[in-house]
Ligand binder design. Structure first.
Ligand code: PLP
Length: 457
């Protein structure tokens, strides 16, 4: 299909309110024309002018099976022809929804019981927050409501999930965070550790801070702790040694639920099927989205643990129906897409590829970048990784924000045909390629990235 590029660009500029975009710069053309993305195959996308780009970020950490998988397109079409929609309220279902739910309960870490569906990671986190409140109301602990999340955590952009997100620029001028949400320190050893503090000592300190925070709010007032197994948008930062064991001991002591936000780490990215499996996390509630359908259809899920679900079911005689749900909860096309995607994830062992090619990717990332004079830290796990740039390695001094070093490097990569994301917090270049990436493609990605970094040094 050929399109009129300037017509589309002008219609877009005049009528689309783009997320995370400087509105004035876009409106005046200072950001250039919008990139009209037309097709995708494997790890590459192509724009309407015929330019190919390697997508080193899998869209937004989501196109895990790569672009152009006809099996999934066909599964979506089959379901749309058969039955495009029916709701899942009051005991209605579809075969695809039941099959997917059974599969997720069996795949997920810990003792999971039921799956509730939404359309985005944000709304699934919103659901999980409401489930925490509902659970505590039903078990007679109505004050246990505060949700603790972490600085630099990213949990979405809706009202509760946006509050749980721990970066102030997502709150500013939007009247967030809500008072029900309180933040605790990020487990980032490079920036957070004191001189000489080991990772284990730092983890113990962060856990002690969490313990003190819960004591201060009052354990009877704290409902849940939400965290990503690996900090994602806050800088692609794997947890320091011992962090999860220490944090979970504190939560158990105070009867605080744990929500594992696996929106990025679910379905293979760390090299395990779930980040929770990778780090020995035992969640009460799990949030998944992105990789669930590899973004072929908007679908998210709150996976509810047996401990929480039991209270909900036992309370039903007293409180009546579970009054929460969306028109599109359990959308049959989404379920069909997810089943087709999970077939690929399992058949092609994408967690295994993330482990093996991921080990090569992490080693190459270190080898090529760790010693460069503007690099403070290279980090990652599986097929997610980051390079953090600093003005002074010895003194761990950041570049002045006005220099926009991360953004300039990301732009230089883009000019060379690679999408690698300038992360929103600090000068960080992030990578999160599709999980089907090969070693050869990793070489391609990192060669372009290296040329981009050197061009800005
Ligand atoms: N949770 C995590 C860990 C995420 O990375 C994201 C999005 O990047 C979200 C939640 C929000 O998901 P969505 O953008 O689908 O609302």
């Amino acid at each position: 299909m050929s399109i009129d590029i300037s017509d589309i660009a002008s219609k877009d500029r005049n009528s689309v309110l783009h997320p995370f975009t400087h509105l004035k710069d876009f409106a005046t053309g200072a950001m250039g024309d919008p990139t009209i993305v037309e097709t995708g195959k494997g790890i590459r996308i192509q724009d309407a002018r015929g330019n190919q780009l390697i997508d080193g970020f899998a869209g937004l950490y989501c196109v895990n099976i790569g672009y152009g998988r006809t099996e999934v397109a066909e599964a979506i079409a089959r379901q749309a022809y058969r039955l495009a929609y029916y709701h899942s309220y009051a005991a209605h279902t579809t075969d695809q929804l039941a099959i997917l739910s059974d599969r997720l309960v069996r795949m997920a870490p810990g003792k999971m019981s039921k799956v509730f569906y939404g359309m985005s990671g944000s709304d699934a986190n919103e659901t999980n927050a409401k489930l925490v409140w509902y659970y505590n109301n039903l078990r007679g602990k109505p004050t246990k409501k505060t949700i603790i999340s972490r600085e630099r955590g990213y949990h979405g952009c809706s009202v509760i999930s946006g509050s749980m997100t721990g970066m102030s620029f997502y709150h500013d001028h939007m009247d967030l965070p809500l008072p029900q949400v309180v933040h605790t320190g990020a487990p980032h050893h490079y920036w957070g550790a004191e001189a000489g503090e080991t990772e284990t000592e730092f983890s113990a300190r962060r856990a002690a801070e969490l313990d003190r925070l819960i004591e201060k709010i009052g354990p009877d007032n704290v409902g849940a702790f939400i965290a990503e197994p690996v900090l994602g948008t806050g800088g692609i930062t794997p947890p320091p040694e011992g962090y999860w064991a220490a944090a979970q001991a504190v939560l158990k002591k105070h009867d605080v639920l744990l929500i594992a936000d696996e929106v990025i780490t679910g379905f293979g990215r760390t090299g395990s099927m779930f980040g929770s499996l990778h780090y020995g996390i035992e969640p009460d509630l799990i949030t998944v989205a992105k990789g669930l359908t590899s973004a072929y259809f908007p679908l998210s899920a709150s996976i509810v643990g047996e401990k929480v679900y039991r209270v909900l079911e036992d309370g039903a005689d007293r409180v009546g129906a579970f009054s929460h749900g969306y028109t599109y909860s359990g959308h049959p096309i989404g379920a069909a897409a997810a089943n087709a995607v999970l077939d690929i994830v399992e058949k092609e062992d994408l967690p295994g590829n993330a482990r093996e090619v991921g080990a090569y990717f992490q080693a190459q990332l270190k080898e090529r970048f760790a010693q460069l004079p503007i690099v403070g830290e290279v980090r990652g796990v599986g097929l997610m990784g980051a390079i953090e740039f600093v003005a002074d390695r010895d003194r761990k001094k950041r570049f002045d924000a006005s220099q926009k070093v991360g953004a300039r490097i990301s732009k230089a990569a883009r000019d060379r045909g690679l999408i690698a994301r300038a992360m929103p917090h600090g000068d960080i270049l992030g990578f999160s390629p599709p999980l089907v990436v090969t070693r050869g493609e990793v070489d391609e990605i990192l060669s372009i990235a290296e040329s981009a970094v050197r061009s800005v040094m």
